[in-house]
Design a binder for this molecule. Structure first.
Ligand SMILES: *Cc1c(COP(=O)(O)O)cnc(C)c1O
Length: 391
């Protein structure tokens, strides 16, 4: 297999090399409060059939892969939910089962391998929480130094996780968007590989493995995939995996992807409806999809339009309820962003064929944000001392 970069905007091809992150021409007038221009995709040349291994479709040789078991996450067949909702082919992809507890490990894994290949020992990034704790963990396994810019609102568990893995953490008095811009400035001035989502092409490319695995687990492409969206990098990764499979003739059609946003963090939804990317301050219980500026906005929008995707929104209340329903009915405890994808499915399910193969991506583990999960349960009112206190 041979690989090169392709500019998603102008179509220019480039050799893959670590200093190149976005198309130099298309990104010349990049403003800090706009989605990234000139996002680069990895283009594959070669042949593959249904017995492929995911590693063979990645642009870094397996010998550079960090020693940490990312991916191959379980695909749940939730009996109770299938019965309750009337969907016999409903599946939940449990990406909270990744080593650091979220789908972000797929991106960190490939970025780490890419840096190892080019003997780069420092990795810099901004994160709402999961990308940071993920890169910190994968970097620890690979012996790389990780510098992380985290907004002060990040859930404590994600901060502690990154510190446990030994990352240098700067808490930014501001939003994720402030942290994003600061981290770009830092890597420009101090060097290291920047792993910012969508900016480093290996992030989207790494996330495509979720779709490759879905094919391997189902032996076909699903009809619908539900994915929670903030920056739109997971969304593009999901598409990229299916697009690669189609390119090699392994699947016929690209699934219909539902991008699910939080009602008050809905930049992609507004743009999809024709509004353009106006900056608006975001707020949602699902911190992982809370972004003012969706960094991969242009690319994600292009994919959705080209492949007939949809964008829908769910309220925080729907997210809280969906999280508890998934926990109680399936035994799968996912963080609010993962629950948002499930809430999106609950919202539109009546418009889908009941015999459709539906995959909901549970992108992160529920223990990542206990404070949010408390909202979906009733805490025991008082303590007890003996059987006499039990009604
Ligand atoms: C990052 C993340 C998402 C959304 O990914 P984007 O690329 O920002 O759209 C969804 N769920 C979880 C748990 C995440 O960490």
């Amino acid at each position: 297999m041979k690989f090169n970069y392709l500019c998603s905007n102008c179509g220019q091809r480039f050799e893959i090399e670590p200093r190149l992150m976005v198309c130099p021409g298309c990104s010349r007038d990049q403003a800090t409060d706009r989605p990234l221009m000139g996002v680069l995709e990895v283009e594959l040349h070669g042949t593959a059939d249904g017995s492929f291994s995911a590693g063979s479709l990645l642009p870094v040789e397996t010998k550079y892969f960090p020693p940490v078991p990312v991916g191959r996450t379980p695909l749940w067949e939730p009996e109770n939910l299938r019965r309750e909702l009337g969907f016999d082919y409903l599946y939940i992809k449990d990406d909270g089962a990744n080593p650091t507890g979220s789908l972000k490990d797929r991106a960190s894994f490939l970025v780490s391998a890419f840096a190892r290949k080019h003997r780069i020992g420092d990795i810099v990034l901004a994160s709402t929480g999961n990308a940071g704790s993920s890169m910190a963990g994968i970097g620890a396994a690979a012996g790389q130094k990780v510098v992380l810019f985290l907004p002060e609102s990040a859930p404590p568990a994600k901060l502690v996780q990154a510190l446990q893995y030994g990352a240098t953490v700067y808490r930014v008095a501001g939003t994720y968007d402030d942290a994003y811009n600061l981290s770009l400035e830092y890597s420009r001035q101090r060097g290291g590989m920047n792993r910012n989502t969508a900016y480093n092409p290996m992030t989207t490319e790494g996330k495509k493995t979720v779709s490759l695995e879905l094919y391997q687990q189902l032996r076909r492409a699903p009809d619908y995939v539900f994915v929670a969206t903030g920056d739109g990098c997971v969304l593009s990764g999901v598409y990229k995996g299916f697009r690669d499979l189609r390119k090699f003739g392994i699947i016929g059609a690209i699934p219909t992807v539902y991008s699910v946003q939080a009602q008050n963090s809905d930049a992609l939804y507004r743009a999809f409806a024709g509004g353009g990317f106006e900056k608006k301050s975001a707020g949602t219980i699902a911190d992982s999809i809370r972004v003012d500026v969706p960094r991969n906005g242009f690319h994600a929008l292009g994919q959705l339009r080209k492949y007939g995707g949809r964008v829908i929104t769910v309220s925080d209340e729907m997210i809280v309820k969906a999280q508890a329903e998934l926990s109680r009915s399936a035994g799968l405890f996912t963080e609010p962003a993962g629950a948002a994808a499930f809430a999106g499915f609950l919202k539109v399910r009546k418009s889908l064929r009941a015999d459709a193969t539906v995959v909901v991506l549970a992108t992160g583990n529920g223990l990542k944000d206990p404070a949010a999960a408390v909202r979906g349960v009733r805490m025991p009112a008082k303590t007890i001392r003996s059987m006499n206190d039990i009604p």
